[in-house]
Ligand binder design. Structure first.
Ligand code: FAD
Length: 490
């Protein structure tokens, strides 16, 4: 958007502000603009698409010519609609822009709109976004990030989050290694292995921590989501064609350095036996890339910033509470996508569109569409619940840790230090562990180690993980890192 536009955006009170331009945000912005209200779409990414539709830079690659991206036609149609709304002035897209703070409407009759405080992100560009935008209603679609579990040696260069490996491939056609193992749990391991193989990487195995028998009790739900079945069949065919073994009930128990001692050289695999016990017998694979994926953790900083309620979901992640219209517990705030529960791109898209229609107060004009979207969301939510039940994080994962294993890589806090804080100093949650050991006090602010440290603290008390354990980890002010100079300018 251009300079005079930016000050115009600063002056304008939009009807709807959408944060996040992944499947959920795109669905929301397109639906709200379709209903004829003024929409501002704000995203930290420099182009539309979010995680699922991440793609190479459009300044060098024409997105309409890209192949091999899932649901690409859907994305191109959405992108086309959003760009058209931007041309007509019905919508404004603020790319490479972070929302770092959200101010609620003034109490007692003053300004009735939300104020979003913005900060330019990404490569410096000619156009600086406005410092604030105002909107009557908000639709928050901030997505999720990779959930991680520590393994001995995971601090070696060459160990990456599965989503990170895939983002480099999808966004930059960049390989993070030549001989890889993809490990953890969940269907997401499959597209990662498929895309690595497509780019010529030798994938030695996909290690799924759970057996697949758990899916058997969900056959009625699976039968109602044929698209997921055909998606799984596509991945199965790709893995078979590339001769990639899919090892179920198998986990990585250690990552060893190569001869130089400076990066990944090999991994150790073990079977998960009855009762979740990791068996003694070990196998080694020589690799230079380890892609780890244990599901996703919704990004809830903005959701906490507006004071919306959260709850713990079936996959033990903290998610936002929404009703059948994607309305949060805060009037005027809607939430869609992974932030309302990890369930994949098509669920995010449907939830986003529904939030867009309702936030634009157009539900009465699109009754049939609203009913269809609710049915779709119900079906895909049921599938997500089945997926979470079939792919839990192994209850006994701390078994493969050694005393020296770093749980917090930023602050180099070892398992033994956390254990001592739990047993000797009485730490009973992640927050106390943080205060006593600096775990999650580093650069990532607990994004990488938060789930693990909270689980260890709860396990130390012999109890299950609760929402109260996870909430402190999702509270973050500012909601995105802000240069002091920017704050000084406020
Ligand atoms: C790295 C990664 C790769 C993935 N790949 C796949 C895949 O191949 N297949 C699949 O089915 N699922 C994949 N997923 C799961 C993915 O979460 C969903 O498929 C889908 O993208 C969720 O859509 P969403 O709109 O909720 O979130 P996202 O697509 O994550 O979009 C959220 C957007 O919000 C923006 N945002 C967040 N906070 C702010 C803020 N404060 N200010 C401004 N912008 C903000 C983010 O930059 C992002 O662009 C992946 C997830 C990750 C993390």
């Amino acid at each position: 958007m251009s300079g005079q536009h930016s000050s115009a955006a600063e002056q304008t009170v939009f009807d709807v502000a959408v944060v996040g331009a992944g499947p959920a945000g795109l669905g929301a912005a397109a639906a709200a603009a379709r209903a004829g209200v003024r929409v501002v779409l704000i995203d930290a990414g420099h182009q539309l698409g979010g995680q699922y539709w991440r793609h190479p830079d459009e300044s060098t690659t024409d997105p309409t010519r890209l192949a091999g991206y899932r649901d690409w036609g859907e994305f191109l149609a959405l992108r086309e609609r959003i760009l058209r709304h931007c041309q007509t002035g019905a919508a404004v897209h603020l790319a490479s822009t972070h929302v770092w703070f959200v101010e609620p409407p003034a109490a007692g009759g003053g300004r009735q709109s939300w104020t979003l405080h913005l900060m330019p992100g990404g490569p410096p560009s000619r156009e600086t976004p406005p410092r604030t935008v105002c909107a009557e209603r908000l639709i928050l679609c901030p997505g999720a990030y990779d959930r991680q579990l520590p393994i001995p040696g995971w601090d070696l260069p060459g160990v990456m989050a599965a989503g990170g490996v895939q983002a480099l491939l999808k966004g930059h056609h960049t390989l993070s290694g030549r001989r890889a193992v993809v490990a953890g749990t969940g269907p997401f391991l499959l597209p990662v292995a498929q895309q690595l193989a497509r780019h010529g990487v030798d994938v030695l195995a996909v290690c799924e921590a759970n057996g697949l028998a758990r899916w058997m009790r969900h056959m009625p739900v699976v039968a109602r989501t044929p698209a997921k079945v055909s998606e799984a069949a596509t991945y199965a065919r790709s893995l078979a064609r590339a001769r990639i073994p899919y090892r179920t009930a198998t986990v990585l128990t250690r990552v060893d350095p190569d001869a130089s001692g400076t990066q990944v050289g090999a991994v150790e695999l073990a079977r998960v036996g009855p009762g979740g016990l990791v068996e003694k017998a070990r196998q080694r694979l020589e690799v230079d890339l380890v892609a780890l994926g244990w599901g996703f953790t919704p990004s809830l900083e903005l959701i906490n910033a507006v004071g919306a309620q959260t709850r713990i979901d079936a996959d033990q992640s903290l998610v936002a509470v929404v009703d059948d219209d994607q309305q949060s517990t805060v009037p005027g705030v809607f939430i869609a996508g992974e932030a309302t529960g990890v369930g994949g791109a098509m669920l995010a898209l449907a939830g986003g569109e529904l939030a867009g229609i309702v936030a634009a107060e157009a539900g009465h004009l699109e009754r049939a569409r609203v009913r269809a979207l609710r049915r779709e969301i119900g079906r895909l939510r049921a599938f997500a619940a089945a997926m979470h039940d079939a792919h839990p994080v192994p209850a006994r994962w701390p078994q493969w840790l050694t005393a020296e294993t770093l749980v917090c890589r930023c602050e180099e806090v070892a398992y033994a230090t956390l254990g001592n804080a739990i047993t000797e100093l009485g730490a009973n949650d992640a927050r106390t562990l943080k205060l006593l050991t600096r775990c999650a006090m580093g650069w990532c602010q607990g994004h990488v180690c938060g789930y693990a440290s909270a689980s260890l603290a709860a396990g130390g008390q012999g109890r299950a993980l609760t929402a109260d354990d996870l909430r402190p980890l999702a509270k973050q002010f500012p909601c995105a890192p802000v240069p002091l100079a920017h704050l000084a300018g406020e």
